[in-house]
Ligand binder design. Structure first.
Ligand SMILES: *[C@@H]1O[C@H](CO)[C@@H](O)[C@H](O)[C@H]1NC(C)=O
Ligand SMILES: [Mg+2]
Length: 386
């Protein structure tokens, strides 16, 4: 009889674009990496989650696409909006969803039962949307003005569009935001506005009109700790399902973007290390928010037990960041003069609620590609054939 295969004590978080695929093409190293990660029965030999800030589709759609491109079973995908599943206390509230793609379906899929889209609001309150004079009936271009206008209306009317703006009414109704990427790379030569740019507009409009800061109930998507908590939770669930008895103590996050993948992994690692140091679970949420964003983590004192019930407490004690050179990060290009300001502190492209900290964009490992990343991690963990 064969000896039982070794049980992993680590889990992997893969970014998708620039690590596993470019556009619709697999990166060759990805196939090589997954040969080591999948056994003869097509099962992963270590817990794996795929973590992307994409958000304009359903989790299953993204999983199917990735499975098709890579030829491996994929079911653990975390999109920027996936952690919304944890916010149970809002799931039966009436919520306005703003975004791209099948937003109603996405919202229902993460657990919301009473959902209104910006289009539904426009139709019910046609006078509110003065920016829309000439909307084309088919495939309208993406226009932010309507979403900005109606979200601000909702915030200033406390959710009742039949009433007039109350600019002194604070705090505003809860706001959850997914994906704070300021820009992203598409087919154009230069980066395009991302959802983070939309948030910058919303924050500034709200501040200009009310004099108050817009406050997020939660911000999710990398580099928010929330996304990593959710990833850790899914990794723990996978290990449990496979009846791997040893707790998963090390996480490795593999990505190509310093500001999202590396910053996020390092921020979560800092949280895990502080937690281990203090060994005080009660201080958990507080410390996490102190490390980065006051808004990024649901607060414990709200008493809905979300934290304990949905996530329990992480078994991981570290999250190492691994940077690959197959995506936006390119070691052969010295930091171009027009990007150096993003790395030094003069211009910070991260979100308002995240501090710039040079230590957080320092990867633990830099490797050529994802195959080398997996190789190095297996060596470090003394796992599998090397
Ligand atoms: C909304 O505001 C209008 C106008 O002030 C008021 O008549 C109506 O009762 C409000 N609706 C709700 C549900 O509070
Ligand atoms: Mg990427």
């Amino acid at each position: 009889t064969e000896p039982a295969p070794p049980q992993p004590r680590f889990g992997l978080l893969f970014d998708i674009d620039g690590v596993l695929v470019r556009g619709k093409q697999p990166i060759p190293a990805a196939k090589k990496a997954f040969e080591k990660l999948v056994d003869s029965q097509g099962r992963f030999v270590v817990p794996v989650v795929f973590v992307t800030n994409a958000g304009n589709c359903l989790r299953q759609t993204k999983a199917d696409q990735l499975a098709h491109i890579l030829g491996v079973p994929v079911n653990q995908v975390i999109l920027s909006h996936s952690p919304l599943r944890m916010f149970k206390k809002f799931h039966d509230k009436c919520v306005l969803v703003s975004g791209q793609g099948p937003v109603l379906e996405i919202a229902k899929n993460v657990g919301f039962n009473n959902v209104v889209s910006v289009d539904m609001l426009r139709e019910s309150f046609p006078l509110m949307d003065m920016v829309d004079h000439n909307r084309r009936p088919k495939l309208p271009p993406i226009r932010w003005e309507t979403n900005l206008q109606l979200i601000v209306d909702i915030l200033l009317t406390n959710g009742n569009l039949s009433s007039v703006h109350q600019t002194r009414k604070t705090p505003h109704i809860p706001l959850l935001a997914c994906n704070m990427d300021l820009m992203w790379m598409a087919e154009a030569h230069s980066p395009r506005f991302g959802h983070g740019t939309f948030l910058v507009c919303l924050e500034n409009i709200y501040k200009k009109i009310t004099g108050q800061d817009l406050k997020y109930e939660a911000l999710m998507g990398k580099p928010s700790e929330l996304t990593y908590h959710f990833a850790e939770y899914l990794i723990r669930s996978q290990a449990l399902q496979r009846q791997w008895e040893l707790p998963v103590t090390s996480l490795y996050a593999i990505g190509d973007n310093l500001m999202t993948d590396i910053y996020g992994a390092n921020l979560y690692n800092r949280y895990l290390e502080e937690r281990v140091a203090r060994k005080n679970p009660k201080a958990v949420a507080q410390m996490a928010s102190g490390a980065g964003s006051g808004a990024a983590v649901p607060r414990e004192e709200e008493g809905d037990n979300l934290w304990e019930s949905e996530l329990a407490l992480p078994s991981a004690t570290s999250c190492k960041s691994v940077l690959v050179c197959t995506g936006v990060y390119n070691p052969n290009v010295e930091v171009p003069p027009d990007a150096s300001h993003c790395i030094k502190e003069t211009v910070f492209h991260g979100h308002r609620d995240f501090r710039f900290d040079p230590a957080l964009v320092e990867p633990d490992h830099i490797v050529q590609d994802v195959a080398e990343a997996v190789q190095r991690i297996f060596e470090q963990e003394k796992f599998g054939p090397q």
